[in-house]
Structure formats: structure tokens, C-alpha cells
Design a protein. Structure first.
Length: 272
């Protein structure tokens, strides 16, 4: 049985990548391509809605899908844990499913998981993220998700040490973690998590160099998961057993991740 997919924001960069993946995936077909300004009634008839719109439109997309009893895969940035919590009762009442994916790349998922695993061992942690100048929101959804995972991992030791956060140059605090956002040409997406302690530091870096190649495997995995989802699920790591144990995580019965041997991203950990 073919799953009909309506893509909101399907004319944008991420939406275009998602559209290409859906068109090439067995068992899925694109039933509608909407812009962020389209009438959301056009999603009617779809079996799954993929939201790749803008933070300002994303909530309306979710509400429209819920009203029609359609599951949603959300790739739009700007969804913090607090904002997701506001949507959860709507999803449960409608008995539908929503999957929020802050980042579709495996390297990003691993980078965030590594940061969370290391978080209890370092008192000072900050995140620096960079995206192209056309990205309209900051901090990025990936940075927010990483900060929330770090906070969850530090439940037993308390919030990170972040002095002078009253100064604007110290970044925006998310779950006690300062985040610094760069918006500039010449970069696709890059995140550095810097963990510091007495006499040492650990820097975890993820750098997306080719989005279409980096995101495609994660998009395929998320499409299948969102089609069958019930309730609210957050993060690609919810469907992967990446072998990193951290507080708040749960085991998954998903098969090992297969990136098809395509090097679309670079992930590394460095110490200094």
C-alpha cells in the first residue's frame, strides 16, 4: 500500500531534499507540495504530512493535520521541549502521531549523544552553532535539542556553570547551557559543543558538508517511523540503537543505521 505524502515547505531547501527522497522511496509518493503560504486544506487526502515550513507556520501545519487525523513528520526548526509539551495533549486526544526531528543526519545525532554522555563529567559546557545567513531562527533546533539532552544527563549534578550570562554576548541560555549562533555565508551547518573542566577541555564537532547526502538516510528512516507513529516522538535517536548510554535515553529495536556508504557529513571529537 502506497503512503501519500503532503510536503509543506516543499519548495524550500530541506523540503526539496525530502521531496526527492519521497519520490525515490518504495511505498511512498508525493500527493501535494505546499509552500509556507499555501492553504493548509490542501493536505487533505494525504496519509502523512511532512512539515518543512518555518517556525511561524509549523504549529498551524500540525493543528491542520491533527484536525484531519493525519500523522506528521516535523523537520522544521524551533521546537523546544517546552513547545512540544504544548502540542502533546492535542496529539493524544486525536490519537494521531507526530515525530519531531531536529536534525536528519546520523553525525548530528551521534554528536548530541556524545555531548550528553560526557556532560556529567564537565562543569562548564557551551554550544556554538553556525548556519547559512538565510536561516531565519536561532538558536538552531539541533542546538536546543543538544542543550536539553545535556541538562537531562546532568540531573544528578545540577546545571552547568555559566558565569556572566546577564551579558548579551554570553549567548542565549537553553536548559542552563549558553548557545552562540552564527549566521553567515559559506557554511551549511556546523555545531561545536565545548565541555570544559579543570585543566582540560573536550570539543565535539559536527559539520554538514552536503545536506542532500547527509540527510537522505535519516529522512528515509523518519518517514517510515512517522507513518506508523502514535503519540509524540522526538529525535532520530528514538529509532536508532547508537550504542551510547545516557540518562533519559531508551533502547530501540531499530535496525543498525545504514547511510549507504555516502559521506555527506563529518563528525569528530577533539581534546585540547
Amino acid at each position: 500500500m502506497t503512503t501519500r505524502v503532503a510536503i509543506v515547505g516543499g519548495t524550500g531547501k530541506l523540503g526539496g531534499i525530502i521531496r526527492t527522497v519521497v519520490e525515490a522511496e518504495d511505498g511512498f509518493e508525493v500527493s501535494a507540495v505546499l509552500t509556507s503560504r499555501s492553504e493548509l486544506s490542501d493536505i487533505a487526502g494525504a496519509d502523512l504530512v511532512v512539515d518543512a515550513s518555518t517556525p511561524a507556520v509549523s504549529l498551524d501545519v500540525i493543528r491542520a493535520a491533527i484536525d484531519l487525523g493525519i500523522n506528521v513528520l516535523v523537520g522544521t526548526s524551533g521546537w523546544s521541549a517546552e513547545r512540544i509539551a504544548q502540542v502533546r495533549p492535542l496529539v493524544e486526544a486525536a490519537e494521531t502521531g507526530i515525530v519531531f526531528i531536529p536534525n536528519f543526519s546520523l553525525g548530528s545525532v551521534l554528536g548530541s549523544a556524545l555531548a550528553a554522555a560526557a556532560a556529567p563529567f564537565f562543569p562548564s559546557i557551551e554550544i556554538i552553532e553556525a548556519h547559512r545567513e538565510s536561516k531565519v531562527d536561532s538558536p538552531s533546533g539541533t542546538a536546543v535539542r543538544t542543550a536539553e539532552m545535556i541538562a537531562a544527563a546532568r540531573t544528578s549534578v545540577g546545571p552547568v556553570e555559566s558565569p556572566h550570562v546577564d551579558q548579551r554576548a554570553r549567548g542565549q541560555q537553553v536548559a542552563s547551557v549558553p548557545i552562540h549562533s552564527l549566521r553567515r555565508p559559506g557554511v551549511v551547518a556546523k555545531q561545536e559543543t565545548v565541555l570544559s573542566g579543570s585543566g582540560e577541555s573536550l570539543t565535539i564537532v559536527h559539520d554538514t558538508v552536503e545536506p542532500a547526502l547527509a540527510y537522505a538516510p535519516g529522512i528515509r528512516l523518519a518517514l517510515a517511523a512517522a507513518r506508523d507513529a502514535s503519540g509524540v516522538t522526538v529525535g532520530l535517536d528514538s529509532f536508532l540503537d547508537i550504542g551510547i548510554r545516557r540518562p533519559g535515553s531508551r533502547k530501540s529495536d531499530a535496525k543498525p543505521f545504514d547511510d549507504g556508504g555516502v559521506p555527506g557529513q563529518v563528525a569528530q571529537a577533539t581534546s585540547a
